[in-house]
Design a protein around this ligand. Structure first.
Ligand SMILES: [Zn+2]
Length: 208
């Protein structure tokens, strides 16, 4: 299995305006004494869009499904990868993959941007999906769209609205996409079942 996820760690890069990731010790085994047994027990605070994560429709749509309502079947199964280039991913970049998108319904867009993780402009200068490309994915029956950028688009978020509006989940900040097996392959990105919320970090993996 290939791991497509960024590790979560203290002070990791996060989307501008999101809370920083903080991890600390509640208890430590090294505090044990002959009378008193301690264990390693951590706590973490983080924005739900930290690292490799899944957006649920509720992220943009008040009446959309929340992350705990997303079926695990939607998050795992057949997938294909599409290598795309340029700053704007259009319908023309996807159309040659229409057949395999229709077959697999889970589409991983490899823009190559994951190589820029940690760069100053990672969260601001990334490639985006056009509204037309999002509509093409929706009309091709996609149920999950993954990408190696921090977001599928910028304000006014037309691609987010098209995808989430159709019940398609979005996996952002994927990494290691050059290691994907040839399409079609199996893919899984399971969110934590956080009640009533908009997103969750995922451990995204692929295998044949
Ligand atoms: Zn998003």
């Amino acid at each position: 299995m290939i791991d497509l996820s960024h590790p979560l760690h203290e002070a990791m890069p996060v989307y501008p305006g999101d809370p920083v990731v903080e991890i600390s010790d509640v208890d430590k085994a090294e505090w044990s004494t002959s009378k008193d047994r301690h264990v390693n027990l951590g706590r973490m605070t983080f924005g739900l869009h930290s690292g490799t994560h899944m957006d649920a429709p509720f992220h943009f749509l008040n009446d959309g499904a929340t992350i705990d309502q997303i079926s695990v079947s939607q998050c795992a199964g057949d997938a294909c990868a599409v290598r795309v280039q340029g700053e704007r991913i259009g319908r023309k970049d996807l159309i040659q993959s229409e057949t395999i998108i229709r077959q697999t319904k889970r589409v991983i867009l490899n823009t190559g941007w994951f190589h820029r993780w940690g760069d100053n402009d990672y969260f601001t200068a990334h490639p985006v999906l056009t509204k037309e490309a999002a509509e093409f994915l929706r009309d091709s029956g996609a149920i999950l769209v993954g990408i190696d950028t921090p977001s599928v688009d910028h304000s006014p978020f037309e691609a987010h609205l098209v995808l989430l509006g159709a019940g398609i989940v979005i996996v952002e900040n994927l990494t290691n996409l050059d290691a994907l097996p040839p399409s079609p392959f199996e893919f899984a990105a399971l969110p934590l079942a956080i009640k009533g919320r908009d997103a969750s970090p995922v451990r995204a993996v692929a295998w044949r």
